[in-house]
Design a protein around this ligand. Structure first.
Ligand code: UDP
Ligand code: MG
Length: 139
């Protein structure tokens, strides 16, 4: 294992329910260093670009509506094994399948409004970090 960086997002469903502090606190407890943090609202176009890999999936339109419906938090996170580690803390995409104690098991509303995002591989982490941050602004 190695020190890695990954991109996390707190999605609109969680921001609108006042869960920013809880989720960021959990990431700190799990050993992640917050290198960058931005609160912003994605346009529909930006949400479509971020999720372009899913453009042929049936849920793409609804997902990108949801992701542009309100503010999100983008997080640049660093830790040993950060990419797999963040996804483990998040839990499975479908909250009904998410392990007890994971963020999605605790907070997600349904498979779409599942509260958090985390990059799934080193290549996607690099692309997704660049989507929100300049490397020169990391603490
Ligand atoms: N999603 C959805 N319906 C599905 C699968 C995914 O609405 O059947 C949404 C959900 O918000 C998910 C996002 O699309 O987090 C991206 O899907 P992916 O399979 O990449 O899941 P993730 O990597 O976020 O666990
Ligand atoms: Mg994914």
């Amino acid at each position: 294992m190695a020190i890695e960086r990954t991109l996390g997002m707190i999605k609109p469903d969680a921001v609108s329910r006042g869960l920013i502090g809880k989720i960021v606190g959990r990431y700190e407890e799990e050993g992640f260093t917050i290198l960058g943090m931005r609160v912003l609202r994605l346009s529909k176009r930006q949400a479509e670009a971020f999720y372009a890999v899913h453009s042929e999936r049936p849920f793409y339109g609804s997902l990108t509506d949801m992701m542009s419906s309100g503010p999100i938090v983008a997080l640049a996170l660093e830790r040993e094994d950060a990419i797999a580690g963040l996804r483990a803390v998040m839990g499975a995409t479908n909250p009904e399948e998410a392990a007890e104690g994971t963020i999605r098991a605790m907070h997600a509303l349904d498979i779409e409004r599942n509260s958090v995002h985390g990059s799934d591989a080193p290549e996607t982490a690099a692309v997704e970090l660049r989507f929100f941050f300049r490397e020169s602004e990391f603490i």
